[in-house]
Design a protein around this ligand. Structure first.
Ligand code: CDM
Ligand code: ATP
Length: 308
């Protein structure tokens, strides 16, 4: 096989409970991940040019936000492929092509998704046959959100967010995502969260999973899920990007069952009652302050999978 294409979903965090800052610079989380139907595609191909001057791993990016993504060794897909080659104990070559639809630096784990897709694609292209557990381990070294992009569906992540357990859900949920101009840096948002807590003198304590949220997912109850959505990073994202308050308010006015900032933001997520309701909310959000575009999606969907 000379080229493998993998499709990989974006995520939204249905609950993001953030504990205190750890000594290693991370935070313990209870992170309820939900994979939604906005997909990037990563193709790993045997390189045409194998001269010594060409780097073993190259990357090209296509799509609306291609210019915002590094096309060099800093790309998370390249980092993941390099980590996989390192695990296999030798140097491998591949030309990676990323077709981006997931917003960049949008709190929907787009870079992590590409990393996960590169692991699956290169594992296949290079005939390594590593089992999912090994890919999950390499994924966790690349970034906290990468294992979930392999896993897909709905899952709770503990530790840094990399230790995953699948959650039982019923049916499908309808979502609207309000995309913003420009991104937010994840470390900066966590830093702002710590700063706000220190300023207010609040002790976050150990993060705990929300029982009403887990029950709503099990029962497929969108109304209850809408009420149970929470994100401890939201005050920090709003502090860094105050216009998001207008976007969230606009979604509430349009009758969303629930609204929140997705992960570290600035994308805002709205839960709708049906496909039609989602289309109505998306149409209404197009004129909202802080909203560049609105897209609809459903979840849960599977994690990274080979499509060609
Ligand atoms: C905000 C979320 O997207 C929610 O799913 C994730 O927690 C972020 O995951 P990610 O982008 O894969 O993050 P990583 O690449 O592992 O870490 C980037 C930076 O985010 C902060 N970080 C990340 C995860 C975590 N549990 N605590 C943290 O404080 C740290 O400053 C870290 O240096
Ligand atoms: N393949 C990639 N796709 C997108 N960004 C990448 C990629 N590789 C590296 N990056 C860099 O990573 C930064 C974060 O991008 P990403 O889209 O993953 O953010 P995010 O969705 O907010 O992440 P998360 O939700 O995991 O915190 C970007 O600013 C970009 O410079």
């Amino acid at each position: 096989m000379s080229a493998i294409t993998v499709r990989v979903p974006a995520k939204v965090n249905l609950q993001l409970a953030v504990g205190p800052l750890r000594e290693d610079g991370y935070h313990d989380l209870v992170n309820v991940f939900h994979a939604v139907s906005i997909f990037d595609e990563v193709t790993a191909a045997e390189p045409g040019d194998v001269s010594a001057a060409t780097p073993p791993l190259t990357v090209r990016i296509e799509g609306e936000s291609a210019g915002e993504v590094p096309a060099n060794d800093d790309n998370l897909a390249v980092r993941a492929a390099r980590a996989l080659a390192g695990r296999a104990g030798r140097s491998y070559r591949a030309d990676l092509l990323i077709r981006k639809s997931i917003p960049v630096a949008g709190g929907m784990a787009g870079g992590s998704a590409d990393a996960a897709a590169a692991l699956v694609a290169c594992n296949e292209l290079w005939g390594l046959g590593l089992p999912p557990e090994d890919l999950m381990e390499i994924a966790a070294d690349v970034g906290s959100d990468v294992p979930f992009a392999l896993f897909g569906g709905t899952a709770v992540g503990t530790g840094r967010g990399e230790r995953l357990s699948r959650l039982e859900t019923s049916g499908s949920f309808h979502w609207v995502f309000a995309l913003a101009d420009g991104g937010l840096s994840t470390p900066r948002v966590y830093g702002e969260c710590d700063r706000l807590r220190e300023e207010a003198g609040t002790d976050p304590g150990r993060p705990v999973a929300s029982e009403p949220l887990l029950a709503a997912l099990r029962e497929g109850d969108a109304v209850a899920l809408g009420r149970a959505l929470t994100n401890d990073l939201q005050p920090a994202a709003l502090s860094l990007r105050p216009s998001l308050a207008h976007t969230l308010h606009a979604g509430d006015e349009l009758g969303a069952l629930g609204s929140l900032v997705s992960g570290s933001g600035p994308t805002c997520a709205f839960l709708a009652a049906s496909e039609t309701h989602a289309a109505e909310i998306a149409a209404g959000l197009k004129n909202a302050e802080g909203c560049r575009a609105a897209v609809t999606a459903t979840g849960p969907v599977p994690g990274a999978e080979v499509v060609g």
